[in-house]
Design a protein around this ligand. Sequence first.
Ligand code: GLN
Length: 276
Amino acid sequence: MEPVAHQLTIRALKAHAKTLGLEGSDIQVLLSHVLKKSRTWLVAHENDALPCAQCKQLKAAFSRRAAGEPIAYITGEREFFSRNFIVTPAVLIPRPETEALVEFALKHAPRNGKILDVCTGSGCVAISIACERPDLQVYASDISEAALSVARANAVKLGAQVHWREGSLLTPWEGEKFALIVANPPYIAQQDPHLQQGDLRFEPSLALTDGANGLQMISALITQSLSHLQPDGLLALEHGFDQALAVRKFMQAATYKKIQTLSDLAGHERITHASL
Ligand code: GLN
């Protein structure tokens, strides 16, 4: 016989999650997500017994988190630039530091300009730009078909107009020129131990590493962008905290001008931009 004990209170479920080693903030997010209730509702209903189905769902979510799965893959969403994006294991989880790439684009994109987001992943960069600046024509591409379908779903959900193409770096854009190209390319070196830690273990390796020293995609983007920028066009790339000097050197060697690096909130050099 199915024991009634399966009907647990929120308080008991929280205690269960703690025994699995989950942090309070993660427990909170998973409770809100599964029960579709606010934080304040949860506090007021600590002693409510939950239907078995919800207990099971919560226990499953807690176990996934305890096994290290990123919160965003369990809830299927992540906030970026004040909008909620659908995320699946086919895409990189949007990071707060990448918001600076959007800010750069919003500030520097000329009125009605053509903007390209390469390695778009979930589409978070392209879609944020399109939503904030409806005057722009926004284009985006990714090598992964699975990632592009997440990006398309996000554009529909958020009502953004973006032109999508599939393919490696600039190859889908033959003959096209843009006022601004932005990208958060895979820039982690294959040997970097971080790939074996935390959320990164669950994210698509195609989105994280170039399979080499971390600078292959960046240098290819810098070279390929030369023939895809309009006169005075801008290129802005996100990169690793220790890659700024190398990125600036690549840009110099490729004859870009006005090369500058921006630091993120943690003080790490994170985005380098230049003009054709
Ligand atoms: N543009 C997406 C992001 O910034 C995906 C980047 C990637 O897959 N490397 O989150």
